[in-house]
Design a binder for this molecule. Structure first.
Ligand code: SF4
Length: 405
């Protein structure tokens, strides 16, 4: 870190909730051998035992050799929330959609190794060219928010709303969802959105229907609806855990009045941020800029100075004047990286307790090493393939999103 860095200590040892969740902040790369990760027991286990005890320098060297052999046939993508010891190998880092689009444009790349979570690799496969294969280094790297919208639950809720006579619904799914839900939106006149374009996508939907069924993140849906001046009582929450016939816990009149029906999903990382944390940051640093992700609660987004996608947050801070001060409400790996890369600014995470995304953390460098070495030996491991029919409909929903001005 630069000597004049204005970064502050983001976490203390006692703040670390458990060792498996520990992630680098301003320290050097600190990869532990896979076998020493406490959570390894719950991760993909069918990786040969010879990999389990590799040290960081061994992994770095083996990845280098394998990638030299593969050349331009292989690209490695790193989502913003990946730990530093993965980002060091990434050809491009960014949000899921930016990465998927970029990869599809790299015609020489036969293999796309996606260091992110399951739905991201699916999207990369949907957008990829026919000769490209997408590899997810650890198949247990899912997303707890995406998992809250089980496709069967969404289909049942859709039928229930129709059976109840609630019409004019346009289904809109967040990028953070299963490929089958993107396909469902494609088939039913719906669309996909990202946290960057949610507002414009909602406007697109309202030109085509009376109301939106939005899944899986209620907070992004509510925050977007509020930006469009939709009242809170026009945005009921659909509780998918209730049995068929319960109308998701709503009265029929409420649903008939609704403009946005919000699926009861959330991101556990972004729910950690609170108004109290914002007030504490402002007390400690009067005049500080507070920037948060729209997956945060409504109260947090409203109390912040600005909100936006990971790309927006990264760009805003990078382009901000020297000596500016930023309290950030998003995943700790991105915040820590922004702090390191902007040593002339004060950048820190709103949450004093470390808040990494535990499923992103499952992409351990050893899995990446195993994936690229296998590819270099002519074996494709962890190939993530969306079936053709699902991909075709999902692509339609994604293309509708791309056509939104
Ligand atoms: S940060 Fe939240 S939405 Fe993103 S991958 Fe992790 S759990 Fe899913």
């Amino acid at each position: 870190m630069a000597a004049n860095a204005k970064t502050i200590t983001l976490i203390s040892e006692e703040d670390v909730l458990n060792e498996a969740m520990e992630c680098p902040t301003d320290r050097a790369l600190d990869t532990k051998p896979l076998a020493e990760e406490h959570a390894f027991a719950f991760w993909q286990k069918d990786i040969p035992e010879e990999y389990w005890h590799l040290t960081a320098p061994e992994i770095i060297e083996r990845v280098r050799v394998a990638r030299e052999k593969l050349g331009k046939r292989c690209i490695v993508l790193g989502h913003h929330y990946q730990r530093e010891d993965i980002i060091q190998f990434a050809d491009l880092r960014g949000d899921s959609f930016k990465l998927a689009r970029w990869a599809s444009q790299q015609a020489e790349a036969q293999y796309i190794v996606f260091c992110g979570v399951h739905f991201m690799a699916e999207s990369a496969d949907i957008l990829s060219q026919p000769h490209q294969k997408v590899i997810l280094p650890n198949m247990s790297a899912g997303c707890s928010m995406a998992d809250m919208a089980d496709p069967e639950d969404v289909y049942a809720s859709w039928d229930e709303l129709r059976d109840a006579g609630v019409g004019g619904i346009v289904p809109v799914t967040y990028m953070n969802s299963a490929a089958s839900l993107k396909a469902f939106c494609g088939k039913n006149g719906g669309i996909v959105c990202t946290s960057s374009n949610a507002r414009k996508v909602f406007e697109w939907a309202f030109e085509r229907g009376e109301r939106v069924l939005f899944f899986p993140d209620q907070h992004l849906g509510r925050n977007t609806g509020l930006k469009l001046d939709i009242a809170l009582d026009e945005m009921p929450v659909w509780d998918y855990t209730l049995p068929y016939g319960s109308l998701g816990g709503n009265a029929l009149e409420q649903l008939e009045r609704a403009r946005v029906i919000l699926w009861k999903g959330h991101c556990s990382v972004h729910l950690r941020f609170s108004v109290d944390q914002i007030e504490a940051a402002r007390r400690r640093h009067p005049g500080i800029n507070v920037i948060v992700h729209p997956e945060c609660r409504m109260e947090v987004v409203q109390a912040a100075d600005m909100d936006g996608s990971t790309e927006f947050i990264a760009r805003t801070i990078s382009e901000a004047p020297a000596d500016s001060e930023w309290a950030v409400g998003t995943e700790i790996n991105l915040v820590s990286r922004l702090a390191r890369e902007n040593p002339d600014k004060l950048v820190f995470c709103l949450d004093p307790v470390v808040c990494p995304c535990s499923t992103m953390y499952r992409i351990h460098p050893t899995y990446l090493c195993w994936a690229v070495e296998s590819l270099a030996e002519g074996r494709v491991v962890n190939h993530l393939k969306v079936d053709d029919e699902t991909a075709r409909w999902a692509r339609i929903a994604l293309e509708r999103m791309l056509a939104v001005p």
